[in-house]
Design a protein around this ligand. Structure first.
Ligand code: AMP
Ligand code: MN
Ligand code: MN
Length: 346
């Protein structure tokens, strides 16, 4: 059963419990870090940044992993701490401590939930309001712009100083989830954290070019095709408008591209002035689609995503869909009217 939304951040007791877990580790304890499936910049960045911090604390038996194929998307292949990564199949079968990053529920850990069940203790670091608090200790702060905000706070409490490696990971995480400081979550505290990270000497121009502004030419052409078939439905979402497109496995194959290149497609779709809601439906298997939803503020797309078996934030959410693209978009349309903010849901 899902727990209700968590409105406020971790309590003093939660922080103390997390600190105690980490300070109480024996010198040969096996620590396994896990982030969510299809990891994004926040998942990988908060996990690897925290992992590098644990290494500085003297944790020697330390692994980081994520469910699915052990393939790091090209934009993140320059991240410090990648040497911590192991394929899911090689992760400690029964770790002393598991720490989960940016995952709102156990379902986001795929096959790795068994590590959670067999772990001596489980700590959850996250910022999704829908987090089900599936750890023994949960540091869940829905007001945090990224999981890396929570990770930095915990490192500070543990007395781990920021170095350039940790900072680069946390910076990638922070810029990913704030849309490079463009989204509403960009508070003064976010810029203060960015200042602390930049003070370590990391190079924001190089990092942003690598993470956000580089893609293969095949992906540029693929985006052209996918954008060319985008549909605008001004009447959807109670007249706020929906814009959507899709990309299939055959599109990826034709352009010789890996699935992760499609993660950025939503950013080219959501700029549509005539629609509050944007959607990209991305095929991941013959009958499986990863659906991305975004809103400019009139619609709580997490309501739609949760109703269809997924999750996320008010203005950025997603779910896994089955059937045809038209069937999936039909299901989305059916939930959009009830997700307009201020509307009553049943
Ligand atoms: P994405 O569109 O993949 O960038 O995801 C946007 C947000 O939606 C993420 O931050 C996740 O919190 C959430 N999300 C995406 N896909 C799923 C899913 N299948 N299940 C639960 N949450 C999801
Ligand atoms: Mn994420
Ligand atoms: Mn996140």
């Amino acid at each position: 059963m899902e727990a209700g939304p968590v409105d406020s951040g971790p309590t003093d007791g939660d922080w103390a419990a997390a600190e105690a877990l980490l300070r109480g580790l024996s010198s040969d304890a096996r620590v396994l870090l896990i982030c969510h499936v299809n990891p994004d910049g926040d998942a990988l960045g908060s996990m690897l940044g925290f992992g590098l911090g644990l290494r500085r604390l003297g944790v020697r038996r330390l692994q980081a992993t994520f469910p699915g194929p052990p393939e790091v998307p090209e934009p993140f292949r320059g991240l410090p701490g990648l040497d911590l990564l192991v394929p899911a199949a090689e992760a400690y079968p029964a770790p002393d401590l598991v720490i989960c990053f940016d995952a709102a529920s156990e379902s986001r850990l795929g096959d790795l939930v068994d590590r959670l069940e067999r772990a001596g203790a489980a700590l959850v670091l996250d910022h999704h309001a829908s987090n089900t608090r599936f750890g023994g200790v949960n540091l869940v702060d829905p007001r945090a712009a990224a999981t890396s905000v929570v990770a930095e706070q915990l490192l500070t409490r543990l007395g781990v100083p920021l170095d350039a490696g940790i900072a680069e990971c946390l910076y990638v995480a922070l810029t990913t989830d704030t849309g490079s400081f463009r989204f509403e979550a960009t508070t003064p505290a976010v810029h203060e954290m960015a200042a602390r990270l930049l003070a370590t000497g990391i190079r924001p121009g190089d990092i942003s070019r690598r993470v956000f502004d580089t893609r293969p030419f095949g992906a540029v052409r693929l985006f052209g095709e996918a954008l060319g078939r985008a549909r605008l439905e001004p009447a959807a979402a109670g007249g706020r408008g929906l814009v959507w497109t899709w990309a299939g496995l055959d599109d990826l194959a034709r352009h010789g591209q890996r699935p992760y290149v499609l993660e950025a497609l939503i950013d080219s779709v959501r700029c549509t002035a005539e629609a509050d809601v944007s959607c990209v439906v991305k095929q991941t298997a013959p009958d499986e689609w990863a659906v991305s939803l975004r809103s400019k503020g009139a619609v709580d797309v997490s309501r739609v995503a949760v109703a269809l078996g997924g999750g996320g934030h008010r203005f950025a959410a997603g779910f896994t869909g089955h059937g045809t693209v038209d069937e999936i978009v039909d299901r989305i349309r059916a939930h959009l009217d009830g997700a307009v903010i201020g509307s009553v849901t049943g």
